[in-house]
Design a binder for this molecule. Structure first.
Ligand code: SAM
Length: 281
């Protein structure tokens, strides 16, 4: 299957319009592989035919399926490991003190893909039950991809997926074997809720999240949209909360709404409205 320049431009344009994700020229090789299964399932003989159907608007759900197939959903449990150590050693003990009165924490995994990041967070709490006894822990995972969110809600992973990032003890403790692989057990699933949400649109529960993870999501957004998403995330956070980005990502030079946490590399703190004005002065 050959992808002509005009076809790849149309498909990349559709992806960017719906999600902000740019398929730069060097990443357009993905189109062919990403769409092969969809074309097969739908019995569509070529990309040109696919584009004709999309342009004619004959099957509105097809555009959504194309976008979802083009999104990069790569994820695994405890991805990059050290951010989770940082959360459990540096951030959660501070939040445990700060929120001692309310005994409630809200955490948002923004761009959660198929849910591994949100379940990894849930394991941090579930593995320390004495410390968190009596607390309400809300972990929300959201993604623009409906199919990823469906999978995340179901919490079932193949043998390969469940082994990526989890040791055998964690796997057996938090997952049970089922048809099709391993399913997160109910006490773990109970800690996590998932919803479809586009980060370019207003976030869920403004002003409430104590921790936001938005990892490996913003790399391929243009500067303007990235700034918009940082604004949205800042608006959804508690002023004394923490933001965590992916390993190769930073807020520096991207937004004035966050600054690096001097005590924990890789973590960012919201800059209050007043402080922002003071900094710019
Ligand atoms: C590479 S995965 C990262 C998953 C997880 N955060 C991690 O680091 O392992 C990126 C996810 O961001 C989602 N995404 C991309 N653009 C988005 C948008 N505009 N709004 C919400 N989610 C988006 C994709 O669907 C994908 O599931």
């Amino acid at each position: 299957m050959q992808v002509s320049d005009s076809s790849s431009r149309i498909l990349a344009g559709l992806l960017e319009a719906r999600t902000g994700q740019q398929l730069t020229m060097s990443r357009r090789w993905r189109i062919e592989t990403a769409l092969a299964a969809l074309l097969r399932q739908r019995g569509i003989p070529s990309l040109d035919e696919l584009i004709t159907i999309l342009v004619m608007g004959r099957e509105p759900s097809l555009a959504t399926e194309v976008v979802e197939a083009l999104l990069n959903n790569e994820t695994y449990f405890f991805r990059d490991r050290s951010p989770f150590d940082l959360l459990s050693k540096a951030v959660l003990p501070k939040l445990a003190q700060l929120r001692q009165g309310q005994k409630r924490l809200r955490i948002w995994s923004a761009g959660c893909s198929t849910g591994q990041e949100a379940y990894s967070l849930a394991m941090l709490f579930a593995e320390d039950p004495l410390k968190w006894a009596g607390w309400t822990i809300d972990i929300i995972g959201s993604d623009v991809s409906e199919s990823a969110v469906r999978r995340a809600r179901d919490g079932t992973y193949t043998q390969f997926e469940v082994q990526r990032g989890l040791g055998i003890t964690q796997m057996i403790r938090w997952f049970e074997e089922c048809e099709g692989g391993w399913r997160a057990i109910e006490p773990l699933r109970r800690l996590v809720r998932f919803q479809v949400q586009n980060l370019l649109e207003p976030p869920p529960h403004p002003g409430q999240f104590d921790i936001v993870l938005c990892r490996n999501v913003l790399l391929y957004l243009n500067a303007e949209r990235r700034g918009l998403v940082f604004d949205r995330i800042a608006g959804a956070m508690s002023p004394d909360g923490w933001l965590m980005l992916g390993a190769g990502e930073t807020v520096i030079g991207q937004t004035k709404r966050f600054e690096a946490d001097p005590q924990s590399r890789g973590l960012y703190r919201p800059v209050g409205e007043g402080e922002g004005i003071r900094l710019r002065a």
